[in-house]
Write a protein that binds this ligand. Structure first.
Ligand SMILES: [Zn+2]
Length: 113
């Protein structure tokens, strides 16, 4: 479980961002996480309070925008969610596909004052 490491890193990045932009408080952030990163949103939410404790982000709410991996079928070009289709193209049943995304890991929104 490396979610706490990620959370700590995010907090450090945000504290830097607050300093640079003279912000008093960050109300909430949105973190976009791709399924292929292996980061599990519920662990991330669990780790968050520990990561922000005693930092200038102690009142910051974490929101996670979780993105499923989308595959492109090599046989018929169909785009499909890999995990919900069990790695098989729903159109032609091929198991040959290329991942089109999934490694996203970035802060996509910051609400601050
Ligand atoms: Zn297909």
């Amino acid at each position: 479980m490396h979610e706490l490491g990620y959370a700590t890193e995010i907090v450090a990045t945000l504290e830097e961002y607050m300093k640079e932009n003279n912000l008093k408080k960050i109300h909430s952030i949105t973190l976009t996480v791709g399924e292929a990163t292996g980061v599990l949103p519920h662990y991330m939410y669990e780790c968050w309070p520990a990561a922000i404790e005693d930092t200038s982000l102690k009142d910051t709410t974490l929101n996670i925008n979780y993105i499923k991996v989308v595959g492109r079928c090599r046989e018929c070009d169909e785009l499909f969610e890999v995990s919900t289709n069990f790695g098989r193209c729903p159109k032609c049943r091929s198991e040959e596909y290329d991942m089109t995304n999934g490694y996203e890991f970035e802060i996509t929104e910051i609400k601050a004052e």
